[in-house]
Write a protein of this length. Structure first.
Ligand SMILES: [Zn+2]
Length: 238
C-alpha cells in the first residue's frame, strides 16, 4: 500500500468533519437571520408609527396656531362691530363676523379631528412598541440557545481545524498542494474508491494500463483522467 493513502484518507475524513461543522454554523446563522427578519418587520412598523405620530402632532399644532390667529381676528372684528356707528359699514362688518364665525367653527372641528388623530397615533405607537418588545422577549430564549450553540461550535471548529491542519502536515508537501488545490476546485470528494475498475466520482473506466499500478499501490495519486479525483482501492485500507 502506498504510505500516503491512509494519511490522505485521514485528511479527507477531517475535512468532512470540518465541512459538517461549517454546515452547522451556517444553519445557526440562518436561524438567526430568520429571527432578525421577524424583528425587522416590528422595527419598520415602529418607525412608521413614530413618523405618523410626529406628523399628526405637527398638523394638529399648525392647526392650533391658525385657529388662535383666527380667534383673535374674529374678536377684533366683533369689537369693531360693537363700536361701529355707520349702519352701512356695520352691516358689512356683521356679514364678515358671521362668515368668520362659520370659518372658525369649521377650523375648530378640523382641530378636534386632528387632536383625535394624534391620540389614535399615540395609541398605535404604544401598541407597536409593545409588539416589538413582546417579539424581542419571545425570541430571547431562542437567541440565548443560538449563542450557546455558537460558543460550543466555535470550540469544536477550532479543534477540528487544528486536527485537520495536523493531519495535512503529515502529507508530503507536493501531495498536500495537490490535495488542497483539488479541494478548492472540486464540489465532490477528492479521494474516491474504485469500483469495477471505474472512478466512482464520474463513472469513467480506469484504463487497463493503470489498473496494475492501482492494484499494487492501492492508489492513483495522479487521479482519474476524466475528473481528476484521486482514486484508491477501498479494500487496501480495510
Ligand atoms: Zn473520475
Amino acid at each position: 500500500m502506498h504510505p500516503d493513502l491512509p494519511k490522505l484518507l485521514d485528511v479527507q475524513k477531517k475535512d468532512r468533519e470540518l465541512a459538517a461543522l461549517t454546515g452547522r454554523a451556517q444553519a445557526i446563522a440562518e436561524e438567526r437571520a430568520t429571527l432578525d427578519v421577524a424583528l425587522e418587520r416590528g422595527r419598520i412598523e415602529l418607525a412608521a408609527a413614530e413618523r405618523a405620530e410626529i406628523e399628526a402632532t405637527r398638523r394638529r399644532d399648525e392647526a392650533e396656531q391658525t385657529l388662535e390667529t383666527q380667534r383673535t381676528q374674529h374678536e377684533r372684528r366683533q369689537q369693531r362691530l360693537e363700536q361701529e356707528r355707520n349702519p352701512r359699514v356695520a352691516a358689512q362688518l356683521l356679514a364678515d363676523v358671521e362668515l368668520g364665525r362659520n370659518i372658525l367653527a369649521q377650523e375648530e372641528s378640523d382641530w378636534i379631528r386632528m387632536a383625535d388623530d394624534v391620540t389614535a397615533r399615540a395609541v398605535a405607537l404604544t401598541a407597536a412598541t409593545e409588539r416589538l418588545a413582546a417579539a424581542e422577549a419571545e425570541q430571547a430564549p431562542a437567541r440565548t440557545a443560538l449563542a450557546d450553540r455558537d460558543t460550543e461550535l466555535a470550540v469544536q471548529l477550532d479543534a477540528a481545524r487544528a486536527a485537520r491542519e495536523a493531519a495535512a502536515a503529515r502529507l508530503d508537501r507536493l501531495l498536500r498542494i495537490r490535495y488542497d488545490r483539488l479541494r478548492n476546485s472540486r464540489k465532490t470528494e477528492i479521494l474516491v474508491p474504485v469500483q469495477n475498475a471505474t472512478c466512482t466520482a464520474c463513472y469513467t473506466v480506469i484504463p487497463r494500463s493503470r489498473i496494475g499500478k492501482l492494484q499494487a499501490e492501492g492508489i492513483l495519486i495522479d487521479g482519474c483522467e476524466m475528473c481528476g479525483a484521486i482514486i484508491y482501492v477501498a479494500e487496501a485500507v480495510a
